[in-house]
Design a protein around this ligand. Structure first.
Ligand code: NAD
Length: 424
């Protein structure tokens, strides 16, 4: 099953449960608009290379489409469609007034020079600009794209429309329209969800422990959030070691110091093994993080990590799984987690802090007035907490698993917007 078939199957199951009208379901299981285009780029050696670009706008009933642009060698239209559909549900569950979009280019960006990357970014924008804008569709960085690339794209768009328009794309660098608080946003959003889940389960965060997969953007700030905002203890983090080409778990019984680890991690999220050893960290097998006796597991590295094969070895102590990464739990593991009564915070709710702060970025761009980090994070906390409780309430009311509840909340909201606008 490819990603789009999976996204459609998930949607179909919820649509059936909601007894959604067939016509409405037909509208939602496909994107409203799709663009596929060729981008000619003059390479540094003087040759001309043509790249294939995509943009998919799944549904913009609740507001402009929102979603990243991926530069990946294995990019396909179906991956982009699936990710665009998931963005519609993510924006709806976070209750931000945006729809779902995604874009991409078939390219391995590591094979391009800096100037070739810039020409490719500008070329992508030249093909798509008429269909983008703060009131139409607002892209962002994703796999293989960076804040610098967003700044080039924003510049190209502004030249084409003749007006400086920073709010047409998010994830820009600070000083070029970027927002404070974006770096912390996703990991802190994960933390706010955990805090609310603990309130519901009557757990004292100060007496709780967590184990985390990853030590990149999301997991770094989930580690810091869990210790500094909640007062809990993180006993293990893990990461991929680029040199050894394998993953390790870094653990410390008296608690990980996230701020210290930030000083010995590189930009790809690889922790310096020797420096960690010197500081008293124990270095264990890749999957050791998953089997720790902790209250909370935070898979925040990559997809497909908790599977039918390893789910049975998760400690009985675990009460909460907070999905910081996208799709970290496979379908068969999901069934087992549900059976064990663990409160699973589904990815598109748990990691919605990133897109929520992207939304704040374009709001600030539109106002040409910028907020402090504290203000951004306070607004983020409010949004994520309300989103968490909307899903929890649905889960309790309908007696369904949190993932199904999140789908019910988001699909209901999108359907309602389409009804109000007279589309259906
Ligand atoms: P990142 O590249 O900054 O960090 C990834 C981390 O995972 C690194 O520390 C890497 O070493 C580690 N890792 C990779 N493979 C591993 C393995 N097999 N075992 C253990 N560790 C491994 O990425 P990120 O931005 O933190 O994103 C992580 C996940 O969160 C992805 O699924 C991403 O799609 C999702 N996500 C990120 C954001 C965001 O704002 N950054 C928002 C929403 C969702």
């Amino acid at each position: 099953m490819n990603a789009f078939e999976m996204a459609q199957a998930q949607f179909d199951a919820v649509a059936a449960r909601m007894k959604l009208d067939k016509g409405v379901a037909d509208l939602l299981r496909w994107p409203l608009r799709e663009f596929k285009f060729s981008i000619p780029v003059r390479m540094d050696d003087g040759s001309l290379r043509v790249f294939t670009g995509f943009r998919v706008q799944h549904n913009d009933s609740r507001g402009p489409n929102k979603g990243g642009i991926r530069f990946a060698a294995d990019e396909t239209i179906d991956t982009v469609r699936a990710l665009a559909m998931w963005m519609t549900w993510k924006c709806a569950v976070a209750d931000i007034p945006l729809g779902g979009g995604k874009g991409g280019v078939i390219v391995d960006p590591s094979t391009l020079s800096v100037s070739e990357k810039e020409r490719l970014c500008r070329g992508w924008m030249q093909q798509m600009w008429k269909h983008l804008g703060p009131r139409q569709d607002v892209p962002a960085p994703d796999v293989g794209t960076t804040p610098q690339m967003m700044a080039w794209m924003m510049d190209e768009y502004s030249k084409l429309v003749g007006v400086y328009t920073p709010g047409m794309i998010t994830g820009k660098p600070l000083g070029a329209g970027g927002s404070l608080g974006r770096t912390e946003a996703t990991g802190f959003g994960v933390t706010y969800c955990i805090r609310e889940a603990m309130k519901h389960l009557k757990m004292d965060p100060k007496a709780c422990t967590a184990s985390i997969q990853g030590f990149g953007n999301v997991s770094q700030y989930a580690t810091i959030g869990f210790t500094e905002l909640l007062g809990g203890k993180v006993v293990a983090v893990s990461c991929w070691d680029l040199k050894d080409k394998k993953a390790y778990t870094y653990s410390k019984k008296d608690g990980i110091d996230g701020r210290f680890l930030l000083t010995i991690v590189d930009q790809y999220g690889t922790i310096d093994k020797e420096a960690a050893k010197k500081a008293g960290y124990e270095i264990e097998a890749a999957d050791a993080w998953l089997y720790k006796d902790v209250d909370v597991l935070i898979p925040a590295a990559k997809e497909g990590q908790i599977t039918g094969d390893n789910v049975g070895k998760i400690s009985k102590q675990v009460k909460i799984i907070a999905e910081g990464a996208n799709g970290p739990v496979t379908i068969d593991a999901d069934k087992e987690i549900q059976k064990r009564g663990i409160l699973d915070i589904p990815d598109f709710l748990c990691n919605a802090g990133g897109v929520t702060t992207s939304y704040f970025e374009s709001v600030q761009n539109d106002m040409n007035f910028y907020w402090s980090t504290e203000e951004v994070l306070k607004r983020l906390d409010d949004k994520i907490s309300v989103a968490f409780h909307a899903v929890l309430d649905m889960s309790l009311k309908e007696k369904v698993y949190m993932r199904d509840a999140a789908y019910l909340v988001s699909i209901e909201r999108v359907v309602k917007a389409m009804q109000h606008r007279g589309w259906i």
